[in-house]
Write a protein that binds this ligand. Structure first.
Ligand SMILES: Cc1ncc(COP(=O)(O)OP(=O)(O)O)c(N)n1
Ligand SMILES: Cc1ncsc1CCOP(=O)(O)O
Ligand SMILES: [Mg+2]
Length: 209
């Protein structure tokens, strides 16, 4: 059965060195209906990573929304986060599952590769992520993927599918319509003047389905 927690707007946090700013912005995304939050910070040192992850976890808990930690399984385990997201350069899905236990969310990047998705599912991932669907300002070393792959993958994988990469309000419907259960957004969510209003607009796209 598809994991019901993996659906809707998946907020990917931007690199912010100010923890209050990070919390404030994430709270706005949650107020707008984000269903999952990923703490992704590529520039913080170990101390800041832990401080921010712990604060975000407390915030997400108060909304009963899962917090997924990007890359850092040790950090995810240390703070008892709800999950971890791993890519090809990170710990393998099977090891993440083994270390983190059965009750935690393990998400896997599958880029434009159905074979990776099948492998990730086999290894115990709770969702598979494809992307980048569009050029991303947040992550520039991506591979392009077409919505056709999602259409095809829906027939092959049973875990939820997350779409990521350059998703904006104007192109999100195409990604959702291709069969993605969730869309992961960073820049078009956190880079706007009114994050809550933008999150609500994304949430509305799912309500229309
Ligand atoms: C939901 C989601 N999908 C894909 C990624 C990318 O993971 P990865 O390839 O490991 O790249 P980095 O994000 O670590 O730069 C993701 N983080 N989240
Ligand atoms: C982490 C990641 N993986 C593929 S694209 C991407 C960045 C997503 O951010 P944005 O929504 O700003 O493109
Ligand atoms: Mg990674």
């Amino acid at each position: 059965m598809r994991n019901p927690r993996i659906s809707g707007l998946y907020a990917i946090t931007p690199d912010l060195s100010n923890t209050d700013d990070l919390l404030n912005k994430t709270q706005q995304a949650l107020d707008g209906g984000a269903r999952l939050v990923q703490y992704r910070n590529k520039s913080a040192d170990k101390m800041l990573l832990k401080e921010q992850a712990k604060s975000l976890l407390q915030l997400c808990k108060s909304y009963e929304i899962p917090l997924i930690i990007n890359d850092h399984i040790d950090l995810a385990m240390a703070i008892d986060a709800d999950g971890v997201h791993v890519g090809l350069g990170d710990i393998p899905v099977s090891a993440a599952r083994e270390r983190f236990g059965p009750g935690k969310i393990v998400g896997a990047s599958c880029y434009n590769n159905l074979h990776l998705a099948l492998q990730a599912e086999e290894s115990g991932s709770d969702y598979v992520a494809f992307g980048a669907f569009f050029p991303s300002e947040t992550k520039t070393d991506t591979v392009p993927v077409s919505t056709n792959l999602v259409d095809y993958a829906k027939q092959k994988v049973t875990v939820p599918i997350v779409g990521i990469g350059g998703i904006r309000l104007i192109n999100a419907a195409a990604v959702i319509d291709s069969g993605c259960d969730a869309i992961a957004v960073c820049n078009d969510l956190f880079g706007t003047g009114n994050i809550m209003a933008r999150a609500l607009q994304y949430t509305q796209l799912f309500a229309e389905k």
